[in-house]
Design a protein around this ligand. Structure first.
Ligand SMILES: NC(=O)c1ccc[n+]([C@@H]2O[C@H](COP(=O)([O-])OP(=O)(O)OC[C@H]3O[C@@H](n4cnc5c(N)ncnc54)[C@H](OP(=O)(O)O)[C@@H]3O)[C@@H](O)[C@H]2O)c1
Length: 379
């Protein structure tokens, strides 16, 4: 599985500990995992927030599976999930199976959303059974052998895998979908992003906690935060994932290094602050983009930026301040696209622009992106 020679498009990436950059070396071995036109698909973590949306997405996009299986922990084995898309059982109900090392015989594509530890636990079994893993966790994202793919941005990388393809972090995905059309205008020097991340980004239990805690708060009942370090109802928590020695959180670090890897640009500077807000579903981001000092030679203007975003795949621009029209998470939940608004010039820097980027992180930030990667693998 180890590939050592650096190939074209290699991208040095930093480690969370500040260790020396490593090279991203996509392994040209996708042929080892041929995907039939009607693959068997296993949704691994099918009972979770992302897994349920994965099943809905497979069904909605008519993904041409010959069979779909739902895997989760022993806790939910035997329960059923409605599924009537291609590959559904006659009953229209998938019976959840306990994930074991033997679960993957006959599977072609395993869509994983069960957390990093579970992906790592089962990865060798999945690949030994001949199935490709498309993983939503952070387990292999920065592995030099594993492509990190957003189909609107770097689809070709999906074909250079050796059994594992990683889905980026949800906050990274929506940001790079909005950055990709701008990179085509001129090189980007620096991005400063602040996120406003929905509770469901931390899973089903976290979404339930926001809902229930809000009720408790309004009713004057006491509650104990469990899914989050602090009260989430009527609050903002400026911490997502653990703190690293340099003071940033791991979520913030992920946005930095994943952006470099996806855009194949080790030089792009990214500074992130990630905040959990009491929103059920859909992340929002304030994104400040500073083009390279030489961007002048590209004749860059606000209308160029606007036009590039408006014509970008997967992007919808909603930007009409006069009519108070801009993207908001309450209205993007359940939508596939990345919504961009509040596009304006940043007068404090040369070649600077500001935008507001909102997307359903369970869809484009996770389940939809994974199913789109699976679509790329179809013959
Ligand atoms: N939520 C998001 O917006 C989002 C976005 C991007 C990426 N992700 C990533 O996607 C992954 C899942 O997130 P989530 O939000 O869907 O979490 P979740 O709602 O907590 O769901 C976790 C899933 O993993 C399963 N699972 C747990 N332990 C297992 C085990 N030992 N064996 C087999 N299955 C097991 C659970 O099954 P049981 O129900 O049986 O326990 C459940 O189906 C995480 O790595 C997360 O970082 C999430």
């Amino acid at each position: 599985m180890l590939i050592s020679a650096a190939g074209p498009g290699s991208v040095p990436v930093a480690s969370p500990t500040g260790a020396a950059p490593t090279d991203f070396v996509p392994a040209p071995q996708a042929g080892d995992y041929p995907i039939p036109a009607n693959p068997v698909v296993a949704v691994c973590g099918a009972t979770g927030a992302v897994g349920r949306v994965m099943l809905e997405t497979l069904e909605r996009l008519d993904f041409p599976a010959s069979r779909v299986r739902a895997l989760a922990s022993a806790r939910s084995a035997g329960t059923t999930i409605p599924y009537t898309g291609p590959g559904a059982p006659d009953s229209g109900q998938l019976t959840v199976e306990e994930m074991t090392p033997d679960s993957f015989q006959g599977v072609n594509i395993a869509l994983f959303s069960a957390g990093a530890a579970i992906t790592k636990q089962f990865a060798a079994d999945v690949n030994a059974a001949g199935a490709v893993i498309i993983d939503n966790s952070s387990a292999y994202r920065m592995d030099p052998e594993v492509p990190l793919v957003v189909p609107e941005v770097n689809p070709a990388d999906a074909h250079r895998h050796n059994g594992i393809i990683a889905n980026p972090n949800c906050s990274t995905i929506q940001m790079v979908v909005a950055l990709a059309p701008l990179v085509k205008l001129a090189p980007i020097r620096r991005v400063v992003v602040s996120t406003y991340q929905a509770a469901s980004g931390a899973g089903q239990a976290a979404m339930d906690e926001l809902y229930n805690q809000t009720g408790d708060f309004l009713a004057g009942r006491s509650f104990t935060p469990q899914a989050f370090a602090h009260q989430i109802a009527f609050n903002c928590i400026p911490q997502i994932d653990v703190f690293l020695p340099d003071g940033q959180t791991k979520e913030e670090w992920k946005m930095v290094v994943e952006t470099k890897k996806i855009l194949h640009n080790p030089d792009i500077q990214v500074n992130a602050t990630c905040v959990r807000v009491p929103v059920l579903r859909s992340h929002s981001e304030s994104v400040n983009v500073e083009f390279d000092a030489h961007a002048g030679k590209y004749v860059l203007s606000l209308s160029d930026v606007r036009a590039a975003l408006a014509s970008a795949p997967g992007v919808v621009v909603i930007d009409d301040p006069e009519h108070l029209d801009y993207p908001m998470p309450a209205f993007t939940a359940g939508r596939d696209e990345v919504f961009v608004g509040r596009i304006r010039t940043d007068p404090t820097v040369e070649n600077g622009y500001q935008m507001w980027v909102v997307a359903d992180q369970l869809l484009k930030g996770a389940a939809l992106n994974a199913v789109q990667i699976a679509q790329l693998l179809l013959p």
